[in-house]
Ligand binder design. Structure first.
Ligand code: CP3
Length: 355
């Protein structure tokens, strides 16, 4: 069992005592960092960064060289699975991810292969192994995947969507077809995350970016049920330590009790729920991650510190079981200085809650 120099993040997820609240940022490696933009220009495009283990490792480590972050997150994307299923992922500047082929009928679903994580997705496992080696035990590495529902939105809509008309039409008119797709995706995610854990991921997170566009009933049937299947299918151990699982449904604040009931270790919150309210509802059933509005990073250092303090106060309770984060990804227009103010404020202001 290799020792971690800083295991605050893993300890907080398991609700064990820590000396300060751990912090990392969704999308911490990305376009707000000039060193990221330089390496992406050299690599050519985003997927070339992901597919080269040395590049993926370098961009994973970039934010850790600047800031005292408590975790590293694998540099990759949630859309690697549909890409490996043969849908042809590409990025159109300013328009986000797109697919050359989409899922339209039953035969499309039946013919979809379940990718072998060490073959078609072997580049992701190589990145995990390379990053673990280069992290040298400084902080834990987070692996991740998209939720089946969120992956299906991109596979059916062909990219980002405002109305989600195509996938909702399938959900309401052809539910069996969509359930078969979601079940195949859940099986693919189980294999993919278990392979990431075997390759060295010390914690895993599932991003359900679009679960929050559903009615409560449909959320349970089309999104949560498949995340539940995944949580139960994961081998949650690496190097003799428990591998915690975090579930994040953006706009899912109404459903945190149901999310916690899957058996996950932590529920990640966006900023539309008050963390004090979430904590009251969840008690010590699971840890909570979050939940500062990423746009607060445009405010003054004083205002950022004040917001950090408000969230720490809201969580309260000796501070254990809280992983500080933004409620969604950091945006490209944030200054690296303000990101630094945020991270340092969490460590500094949280110490009194843990003594
Ligand atoms: O958090 C991290 O730093 C780890 C890396 C990571 C990326 N994407 C890198 C990335 C993670 C965890 C993701 C997850 C992801 N990808 C999600 C779920 C989380 C969320 O944000 O809700 C979703 C929905 C995607 C799909 C996707 N990929 C989108 C919407 C985009 C942005 C498109 C754009 O132009 O803004 C991507 C591309 C992407 N993934 C970038 C990065 C750093 C930007 C690529 C670039 O232009 O350099």
């Amino acid at each position: 069992m290799s020792e971690l120099k800083n295991d605050r993040y893993l300890r907080a997820l398991l609700k064990q005592p820590v000396d300060a609240t751990p912090v990392w940022m969704m999308r911490q490696a990305g376009r707000y960092l000039p060193e990221y933009r330089a390496l992406r220009a050299e690599a050519g495009d985003f997927m070339s960064l992901c597919k080269n283990a040395e590049f993926a490792c370098e961009v994973t480590l970039q934010p850790l060289r600047r800031y005292p972050l408590d975790a590293a997150i694998l540099f990759s994307d949630i859309l690697t699975i549909p890409d490996a299923m043969g849908l042809g992922l590409y990025f159109e500047t300013g328009e986000g991810p797109k697919f050359e082929r989409t899922i339209e009928c039953m035969s499309d679903v039946v013919n979809l292969p379940i990718p072998d994580p060490e073959q078609e997705l072997g580049y992701v496992m190589n990145a995990v192994r390379t990053i673990r080696r280069e992290l040298k035990g400084e902080v834990p590495l987070i692996g991740f995947s998209g939720s089946p529902w969120t992956l299906a939105t991109y596979m059916i809509e062909g990219g980002s969507s405002k109305t989600f008309g195509k996938i909702k039409k399938m959900a309401f008119a052809e539910p069996k077809m969509l359930h078969l797709l979601l079940d195949k995706l859940a099986d693919s995610v189980i294999l993919y995350l278990n392979a990431q854990i075997k390759a060295g991921a010390q914690s895993v997170m599932i991003f359900d970016t679009w679960g929050g566009i559903l009615t409560p009933r449909d959320y349970k049937a089309f999104s949560l049920a498949y995340m539940d299947k995944i949580v139960k299918g994961l081998v949650r151990e690496n190097d003799g330590r428990k591998v915690p699982v975090t579930l994040f449904t953006k706009n899912g604040g109404m459903w945190i009790e149901d999310i916690a009931a899957t058996g996950c270790d932590a529920v990640a919150l966006d900023w539309t729920i008050d963390i004090a309210d979430a904590k009251r509802r969840i008690g010590d059933k699971v840890a909570l991650q979050g939940n500062m509005d990423p746009a607060m990073l445009h405010a003054s250092p004083e205002r950022i510190r004040e917001e950090v303090k408000t969230i720490l106060d809201g969580f309260g309770d000796g501070g254990t079981g809280h992983v500080f984060n933004l409620g969604h990804g950091i945006t490209p227009d944030v200054t690296p200085e303000n990101a630094g103010v945020f991270i340092n404020s969490v460590h500094e202001l949280s110490k009194p809650y843990h003594s």
